[in-house]
Design a protein around this ligand. Structure first.
Ligand code: FAD
Ligand code: DLZ
Ligand code: SF4
Length: 522
């Protein structure tokens, strides 16, 4: 075949230096971008997430065209749209008769399985390139992981620091003498704390058109559209990053674990949607953070914390996903079987912490990390919610959610469903932790100080209910096992009070109705 090279670019591959574009000549390449119903509905994504992806794709296609590339862009409502990546690539192969399909590997298992069939399906050569926007090749992770019984991120992170040279001194030591400054990063919020508002972007004509499309086509999906303000181009994402480096990075570290009612972003960067789409380069962001430390504009504990989230957690999570797939989807080491409560979709609960976090999912398609981990995640863990329900919920409600990053965080980080390969202990906590790290409890009908019975914070009995249920597994864990001495000292009556209170609370939970996360039969 002597046709052009066909370069399919998926919705989370919106990077100008994408491996499949590098080294290609514009007059010999057709870029293919596809809005397909299968991607928008395999779970019923938050409306803002679909707007974000379609709008960013349309802007990216326009930029490529302006730069002289030929782009075959298939809109959702175009006649003949086959509705799936494979169907659309088949149509494009038919139309353009390429000699080669060159594509960057998909981020998700589901899509990569389909992609792996392309070479057999199409009458031309197909090459699948490594996604080198991630710093750690899978083979490198597997070398590191081999022979380890647990895969602690901290050691992976040190290897990544050495590899990138980020925050390393000339003689190979970590800047400041420590690898990790988290002990300085656990400050509770100050009274009335309020962070500068994140950079927000008014929808332009392209985004408005997509908002209308999504309002019509995906009306039964979760979430509000009125508050859509995400960056949809690389320039806007850069502006959002600029604002973070000027206004928020200084306090990012110390208040990383703090939560304040109605303060949805606090000092977090709010850059995950842009990084995951490919609008921002993660290594560049880390170099910029490092520079702000060397220039004296941000303290080491903030900068190290930020860099660790990206070259540590983000890279590690992605490799862990590929290392543990496909069985990670089914993992359920703690045999959790309870259906997700309906209030995860409505926000209608008297628990002020959960109500505020769920409101933010609806309005912003976002929560910051500690809300995801210690409020929502902690609740799902100690209430024993079925991992599949929790996975679907997290995949639906966040604008930054793709399975490669959602699944390990949900299954392994919050639910301990992988039996502790990723986390050294379950992140279970009582109301005390939330009370210490937030101002939620002051606005709640429950009291974090009341342990059982009427008016007691439900996290308190649920915590002991969880610990009691999983004693066999957790008692020998050096990081959590000592808690059983406290439990035993309580005596039978108090223990029974806790267990009865937990069961009484769980009985009040209305299970989620079908159809919010996946369509019937989906
Ligand atoms: P910041 O707090 O400013 O952190 C900076 C960056 O570090 C983030 O933008 C992100 O790229 C990276 N990062 C931080 N923590 C993690 C982590 N645990 N895993 C991967 N990257 C990390 N992140 C997603 O991008 N998509 C998800 O679907 C997602 N699901 C999550 C589910 C659970 C249960 C938990 C506990 C965490 C999840 N995270 C997810 C990680 C993290 O909560 C978000 O990346 C973060 O809240 C995004 O906001 P931010 O950009 O302000 O992050
Ligand atoms: C999440 C998403 C959605 C909702 N829609 C599309 C789409 O129509 N076209 C597209 O190219 N990508 C979309 N995405 C992102 C993909 O799901 C993501 O690129 C793959 O799952 C990665 O494996
Ligand atoms: Fe949440 Fe309990 Fe505090 Fe209420 S009392 S806000 S339920 S931790």
């Amino acid at each position: 075949m002597s046709g052009p090279v066909l370069v399919p670019i998926l919705g989370d591959q919106l990077s100008r230096n994408l491996a499949s574009l590098r080294g290609r000549t514009k007059d010999d390449t057709v870029v293919l971008m596809m809005e397909v119903v299968e991607e928008a509905t395999y779970v019923k994504h938050h409306k803002q997430k679909i707007v974000l992806i379609f709008s960013a794709m349309r802007h990216f296609a326009a930029e490529l065209r302006d730069a002289g590339w030929t782009v075959d862009y298939v809109r959702l409502d175009d006649e003949g749209n086959a509705g799936s990546f494979t169907g659309e690539v088949a149509r494009a192969v038919e139309e353009h008769q390429p000699r080669l399909v060159s594509v960057v590997e998909a981020g998700e298992w589901r899509v990569r399985e389909d992609m792996d069939q392309w070479a057999d399906k199409f009458p031309c050569e197909v090459e699948i390139l490594r996604d080198d926007r991630f710093l750690c090749p899978q083979a490198e992770f597997e070398d590191w992981a081999q022979d380890r019984t647990n895969l602690r991120m901290e050691f992976f992170y040190r290897a990544m620091r050495r590899k990138t040279g980020l925050l390393m001194t000339g003689d190979g030591k970590p800047e400041g003498g420590e690898w990790n400054y988290d002990t300085e990063n656990r400050k509770p919020p100050k009274d009335g704390m309020s962070a500068p508002e994140r950079a927000k972007f008014e929808p332009d004509a392209i985004t408005c058109e997509v908002i209308d499309l999504v309002a019509n086509r995906f009306a039964d999906h979760f979430g509000s559209l009125a508050t859509f303000r995400w960056p949809v181009t690389a320039d806007e994402a850069q502006e959002a990053a600029d604002a973070f480096f000027v206004e928020r990075i200084e306090k990012f570290g110390p208040y990383q674990d703090a939560m304040v009612h109605g303060e949805d972003d606090l000092y977090h960067s709010m850059l995950s949607t842009s990084i995951n789409l490919g609008l921002l380069d993660p290594l560049e962001l880390c170099r910029r953070a490092e520079k702000s430390y060397h220039d004296g504009n941000a303290p080491l504990n903030s900068v190290e914390g930020f860099i660790r989230q990206i070259i540590g957690w983000r890279e590690y999570i992605r490799c862990f996903y590929w290392y543990e797939m496909p069985h990670l989807q089914q993992a359920n080491a703690l045999d959790a079987t309870r259906t997700l409560p309906e209030f995860f979709w409505t926000g209608e609960t008297d628990m002020a912490c959960l109500a505020d976090c769920i409101r933010s999912t609806r309005d912003n398609a976002h929560n910051h990390h500690i809300q995801r981990l210690m409020v929502l995640g902690n609740f799902c863990l100690i209430a024993g919610i079925d991992p599949r329900d929790v996975q679907d919920w997290y995949l639906v409600v966040y604008a930054d959610a793709y399975e490669w990053v959602e699944l390990p965080n949900v299954s392994a980080m919050i639910l301990y469903a992988d039996d502790g390969k990723l986390a050294s202990k379950p992140y279970a906590a009582s109301g005390n932790y939330i009370n210490k790290m937030s101002d939620y409890c002051g606005k709640c009908t429950y009291s974090p100080h009341k342990k059982t019975g009427e008016g007691a914070c439900p996290f308190n009995p649920l915590y002991w209910y969880f610990m009691d249920r999983h004693r066999d597994r957790l008692e020998s864990n050096p990081r959590i096992g000592r808690i059983y001495a406290t439990w035993d000292r309580m005596g039978d009556d108090k223990q029974r009070d806790y267990l009865n209170s937990a069961e009484a609370f769980l009985e009040t939970l209305e299970p989620a109705r079908q159809g919010y996360a996946r369509a019937e039969g989906g």
